[in-house]
Ligand binder design. Structure first.
Ligand code: F6P
Length: 342
């Protein structure tokens, strides 16, 4: 059988490790032919493929990005495109597709399943907001990078006696902010799941000052919003899945803090640095486990499912139970982090 692999949505460190695992086990153990589908669902619409043999997938384990490229192409935006995908997959001899992606890419995989395309999903996103799995790969790397940024901000914040705000990604969930904030000893962590009160944020900063700590570190998720307010958007233009671009909450917050108290404030937007570069060991291992799990699902003909990690076990869950949901931050973990606020 010929198995196609595609990666869609924002890249996440570990995609290449998934590809390597699928190719290795698919060829070696199952004698499959493996083909890369370029740039997500776009590759199936435009017939853009990349043959993947053992040589092509060798040496890519530590490499960030995706050798397949990616896109936010949504074939359900245009009426004829799902049929076009079915036709192209048939002509290319592709019998099954492994879709590596977040909610958008996997929603398409689920819907294409209803058209007859045999799909298996792999959960990928630095945001860790996908339902059905404890972790997505890419998240651990993003948290590590954000934690290192916080360590670095600490020394300069302390020296200059400033408030330093680190704005991190995560879309509508605060996983990166929460875990990096906890690991990096943040004095305040603001997440979308818990709209904030600026007076309370200033209270924490003042409380630290009373203890002789004349600097503070705040981590804010890009989707965080003030109580009764809205998320701050960088641009109103939407992608093919209807997502706006978030960004700017760090600067909003910085100005508000400087208004409510006399302390110099600086803002750092971590941006795509947290998504680029080599995956951590954790993400390399998880991505490899997911890749092996995905090709095993194909071999067992368990289509319409996504590999997942529950506890420390690799399992699979139906795609229909995953899509259109959002895994919000663990409030118990947030409460632990909040012991260290102020
Ligand atoms: O979903 C991953 C993510 O990095 C989000 O955290 C962020 O909001 C978005 O993608 C940014 O996307 P783009 O690649 O379009 O800048």
């Amino acid at each position: 059988m010929k198995v196609g692999i595609l990666s869609g949505g924002g890249d996440a460190p570990g995609i290449n490790a998934v590809v390597r695992a699928i190719v290795r086990k698919g060829i070696q153990n199952y004698r499959y032919e493996i083909v890369g589908i370029k740039e997500g669902w776009r590759g199936l619409l435009e017939n853009e493929f990349l043959p993947l043999d053992l040589k092509a997938s060798s040496g890519i384990l530590p490499r960030g990005g995706s050798i397949l490229g990616t896109s936010r192409t949504n074939p359900f935006k245009n009426k004829d495109e799902p049929e076009k995908i079915m036709k192209n997959a048939k002509n290319a001899g592709i019998g099954a597709v492994v879709a590596i992606g977040g909610d958008d890419t996997l929603s398409v995989a689920y819907k294409m399943g209803e058209f007859g395309l045999k799909c298996v999903g792999v959960p990928k996103t630095i945001d860790n907001d996908l339902a059905g799995t404890d972790y997505t790969f890419g998240f651990n790397t993003a948290v590590s990078i954000a934690t290192e940024a916080l360590d670095r901000l600490h020394t300069t914040a302390e020296t200059h006696q400033r408030v330093m705000i680190l704005e991190v990604m995560g879309r509508y969930s605060g996983w990166i902010a929460l875990e990096a904030g906890l690991a990096g000893g943040a004095d305040v962590i603001l997440v979308p799941e818990k709209p904030f009160d600026i007076k309370e944020v200033c209270k924490y900063i003042k409380r630290r000052q009373k203890r002789g700590r004349n600097f503070s570190i705040i981590v804010v998720a890009e989707g965080a919003k003030p109580k009764g307010g809205q998320e701050i958007v960088y641009s109103e233009s939407v992608d093919q899945f209807g997502h706006i671009r978030l960004g700017g909450i760090g600067y909003y917050l910085g100005k508000k803090i400087e208004k409510c108290m006399e302390i110099e404030t600086r803002v750092v937007v971590l941006g795509h640095i947290q998504r680029g570069g080599s995956p951590t060991a954790f993400d390399r291992i998880l991505a490899t486990q997911f890749g092996i799990g995905a090709i095993d699902l194909v071999h067992r003909k368990k289509f319409g499912r996504m590999v997942a990690i529950k506890g420390n076990r690799i399992v699979s869950v139906p795609l229909k139970d995953v899509i259109g949901k959002r895994k919000t931050v663990d409030m118990e973990l947030y409460n632990i982090a909040s012991v260290f606020f102020g």
